[in-house]
Design a protein around this ligand. Structure first.
Ligand code: AMP
Length: 217
């Protein structure tokens, strides 16, 4: 009979295969990208997503997709987005949960532009707990308002986004951020998950800063 070098290890391996753990949750990386409009969350998420094979969920992109396709959700969100205001929490939370559940086999997620309020952060933690997942880190990209306004107005020239073309709307988005989103710094700091990096420099330099944070996880 063939000798087994490590019989206890073999039994453990067999058991871990038999006990069906929820898909992948043990080795997932789940990141929140945090920062004001124009901070570079979308640009960096697109790069980091490729490196780690993650699903990039941008609530802004999801709303724009719904507006483009004129769905009931898009119609509801439009007036808020056009004015640079946040879409109501429950609408946003339901949309995000739906998107996560549609990607249950993901190796992990980058949440970009979500959460933006206390209620959203609580809902995200509750969803993660329900799915036996967790947020590993919140990475905040920091840059000064004037730099961000310039970036957004530039983006507005080609993106066609009405909320990027008008400085008053852009400033209103910053005000929404300061009032409702910035307090989440404390929420994630209390969980020792908040990592702030400088969001100014070349795209590559900023990616390196994010990778340096991910290495510590
Ligand atoms: P963004 O593409 O992240 O800049 O989002 C564009 C707009 O979509 C925001 O100004 C809000 O009107 C809306 N939006 C995106 N994400 C959220 C969110 N998490 N909560 C509420 N509104 C959101």
């Amino acid at each position: 009979m063939a000798k087994v070098a490590n019989p206890i290890g073999e039994v453990k391996n067999a058991l871990s295969i038999m006990i069906s753990l929820p898909t992948n949750t043990q080795n997932m990386i789940n990141l929140v990208f945090f920062g004001k409009p124009g901070a570079g969350k979308g640009t960096q998420a697109a790069i980091i997503k490729e490196k780690f094979n993650l699903v990039h969920l941008s609530t802004g992109d999801l709303f724009r997709y719904n507006m483009k396709n004129d769905t009931p959700l898009g119609q509801l969100a439009k007036s808020y987005i056009d004015a640079g205001n946040l879409v109501p929490d429950q609408v946003t939370i339901d949309m995000l949960e739906d998107a996560v559940l549609k990607n249950k086999d993901a190796k992990g997620f980058i949440f970009d532009g979500f959460p933006r309020t206390d209620a959203q952060a609580e809902a995200l933690d509750a969803l993660m707990a329900r799915l036996e997942m967790k947020i590993d880190a919140t990475i905040a990209l920091e840059a000064e308002d004037d730099i961000l306004v310039e970036r957004l107005l530039n983006r507005g020239l080609t993106s066609g986004r009405s909320d990027d073309q008008d400085e008053a709307k852009i400033r209103n988005r910053f005000d929404e951020y300061t009032a409702k989103t910035a307090p989440l710094r404390a929420f994630y700091s209390n969980q020792e998950k908040f990592h702030e990096i400088l969001g100014v420099g070349s795209v590559e330099e900023i990616t390196e800063r994010i990778l340096a944070v991910i290495k510590t996880l």
